[in-house]
Design a binder for this molecule. Structure first.
Ligand SMILES: CC(C)(COP(=O)(O)OP(=O)(O)OC[C@H]1O[C@@H](n2cnc3c(N)ncnc32)[C@H](O)[C@@H]1OP(=O)(O)O)[C@@H](O)C(=O)NCCC(=O)NCCS
Length: 180
């Protein structure tokens, strides 16, 4: 049985609807994962072709069904444009998970991701029963570090050459927040 309900757990904040990611958003997904301002710090998923976005949606659906990952699409209330993605992976029910997020640069600096992170932290601690939520940040991603500190995460460790993708090694910093 999956960790997650059959009906996708839609979440709401003051300004955002966090919703299921479907192929209706493929075009928006392609633009997010084809934007170097995003992929320089999120390098595991660079999309070269618009068609590749459908593969991302299928992969997310499969991992959700298997209870391995949950990704919410971020939309502003009353709109149908996917402006970002947020979620958990490496989920150990009742123990810990990793948080991951990205937002279209058009919407940076408005506090929207802070709102989204706070909403899924609540879901992670209260509904998934997590005790520890971790975040891995590539060195130099100061916007992400500020976001994590604002949301109550603490710095724990430097992980040298921790990520290897497309022939490059990346140093990363580990941050974590525990359930209160
Ligand atoms: C990481 C990322 C989501 C952060 O985006 P962000 O816009 O800085 O974060 P928020 O949406 O929470 O906005 C916070 C900023 O809005 C400001 N802000 C404006 N109005 C606000 C409001 N109503 N409420 C809260 N903050 C507000 C804050 O002061 C803050 O600005 P500052 O960083 O200059 O202090 C974004 O940089 C991104 O998508 N990067 C590429 C992908 C990535 O790095 N992913 C993470 C991998 S670890």
């Amino acid at each position: 049985m999956s960790l997650f309900p059959l009906d996708f757990p839609v979440l709401q904040t003051d300004r955002l609807l966090l919703t299921e990611i479907t192929t209706a958003y493929s075009d928006d997904i392609y633009h997010l994962f084809n934007d170097q301002r995003i992929t320089q710090y999120y390098p595991v998923m660079y999309l070269e072709k618009p068609e590749d976005a459908n593969l991302v949606v299928s992969m997310l659906e499969k991992k959700y069904e298997e209870g391995l990952m949950v990704r919410w699409g971020i939309t502003l209330h009353g709109t149908d444009k996917l402006i970002g993605i947020i979620g958990f992976n490496d989920i150990y029910p009742g123990h810990k998970a990793k948080i991951s997020y990205l937002l279209s640069p058009d919407y940076w600096g408005m506090g929207l991701m802070t709102e989204a992170v706070q909403a899924i932290l609540k879901y992670g601690f209260e509904i998934l029963g997590l005790n520890r939520i971790e975040a891995l940040v590539i060195i130099g991603n100061e916007q992400s570090v500020k976001l994590l500190l604002r949301c109550g995460f603490g710095y724990e460790a430097l992980l040298e050459d921790f990520l290897f993708t497309d022939g490059c090694h990346y140093d990363m910093k580990l941050y974590a927040r525990l359930s209160e």
